[in-house]
Design a protein around this ligand. Structure first.
Ligand code: 3PG
Length: 414
């Protein structure tokens, strides 16, 4: 038992039918019918392998695509093929989620066999829009079609989907109400690693917050500064530009227009309040960079031209941030320092990421852009921990109780 949740060590799965919810949501190349990345599939392999090798009949539930931002549901069929290859044993697949065909296939499973069901979000009650409109309690989720049809066929439920732990949906929170439940190995690693950062980080503990996901960054900053988790917050990207604007610094008209055009104006007031309270812990850029005719330009604050749009931190800032990161014992990173996708504005992100690789401190990274930057610079093997979760990680670090954690604690007692 860890954090009130059972682990696989406390489950006897031999001969049992285990429903295992994974998060193998990946970018899809629709034209080719293939997955553009398989990192989340790879990450859940240890749990699936362990369950199968211990003699469980393994039924995998997963979603692919989102109804909120992207409206891009897709079948899980390609995922079964990738899993088969990674595991070196067949992962069966069926184009059904909880209908008669899926239920028959589950009944026919033999010990050690693995079946992946089709996208659980093909079932209306699993959709995020449904979750947001109706807000079913966990007890109500136990009465949804998915849970009522599948739970009677199963003995146990395992959740390995930390990346979806912020979602309050039947496949994630309903089964724990009716089946003895545990977290899988990936969930265990991710949840324990990020809990450690929040509860007892080795100090100094530095947060590097950049990128353009402003609401996430501000929520996290309020929590980690308010709770005294962060000793220092290094700001970059749009987050830094908002703080500099709040402090009345000249950062170029293009930079301010972008903040206002994106409706981030309200964060200028929040930045003022945060800086008034925690200013000594918040590091802001001392220089900025922009691009003119494909060429990188830099200036220290006070000399930034009025007509530019800053899209990177400057090299003095990058050097100062490197020193902070090298001296830290724990570093949490979310969001790049600038537009690292183009060569002229990648210096800040590249330098900070190199410092993350070089520091003897423990580094934790999460979020799509941060992972993309890590892969771009070939530093994946040099980071302490790369979390598969974006939204879930941010919600957790913002101090929210994750619905799946609450449900798993309930299921630990069954
Ligand atoms: C993710 O990609 O962050 C997870 O798979 C959760 O997906 P969602 O945001 O569509 O629920």
């Amino acid at each position: 038992m860890r954090f009130g949740i059972k682990t696989l060590d406390e489950m006897d799965v031999r001969g049992k039918t285990v429903l295992c919810r994974v998060d193998i949501n990946q970018p899809v190349d629709r034209a080719a019918g293939t997955l553009k990345s398989i990192n989340r599939i790879r990450a859940c392999v240890p749990t699936v392998r362990e369950l199968s090798e211990k003699g469980a009949k393994v039924v995998l539930l997963a979603h692919q695509g989102s109804d909120i931002e992207y409206k891009n549901y897709y079948t899980t069929r390609p995922h079964a093929a990738v899993l088969t290859e990674l595991l070196g044993r067949e992962v069966q697949w069926i184009d059904d989620v909880c209908g008669p065909a899926a239920r028959q296939k589950i009944r026919e499973l033999k010990d050690g066999e693995i079946l992946l069901l089709d996208n659980v979000r093909f079932v209306a009650e699993e959709q995020t829009l449904f979750e947001m409109k109706l807000r079913l309690t966990h007890e109500q989720q136990a009465k949804t079609l998915l849970v009522e049809k599948l739970a009677p066929l199963a003995d146990l439920y395992v959740c390995d989907a930390f990346a979806a732990a912020h979602r309050d949906q039947p496949s994630l929170c309903g089964f724990e109400q009716v089946l003895p439940s545990a977290m899988g190995r990936l969930f265990e690693t991710e949840y324990c690693t990020v809990s450690q950062v929040m509860e007892a980080p080795d100090r100094p503990c530095v947060f590097v917050l950049g990128g353009v996901k402003i609401s996430d960054a501000f929520l996290m900053m309020e929590t980690v500064l308010g709770k005294g988790v962060a000793d220092r917050v290094l700001t970059g990207g749009l987050v830094a530009n908002i703080f500099l604007t709040a402090l009345g610094k000249e950062i170029g008209r293009g930079s301010v227009d972008f903040i206002l055009k994106s409706n981030y104006g309200e964060y200028i007031e929040k930045a003022k309040a945060l800086y008034a309270r925690y200013g000594e812990k918040i590091a802001l850029p001392e220089d900025l960079a922009w691009v003119t005719d494909g060429q990188r330009q830099e200036a220290v604050l006070g000399q930034v031209p009025a007509d530019i749009a800053a899209i990177d931190i400057g090299s003095k800032t990058a050097e100062a941030y490197r020193t902070s990161i090298l001296n830290a014992k724990t570093v949490f990173v979310n969001g790049p320092m600038g537009v690292f996708e183009q060569a002229a504005s990648e210096l800040g992100t590249k330098a900070v990421w190199q410092a993350l690789a070089d520091t003897p401190g423990f580094t934790v990274l999460g979020g799509g852009d941060s992972i993309t930057a890590t892969e771009k610079y070939g530093l994946s093997d040099r980071m302490g921990y790369i979390c598969t979760g974006g939204g879930a990680l941010i919600r957790f670090l913002s101090g929210e109780e994750l619905p799946v954690v609450k449900a798993l604690r309930h299921g630990a007692a069954l």
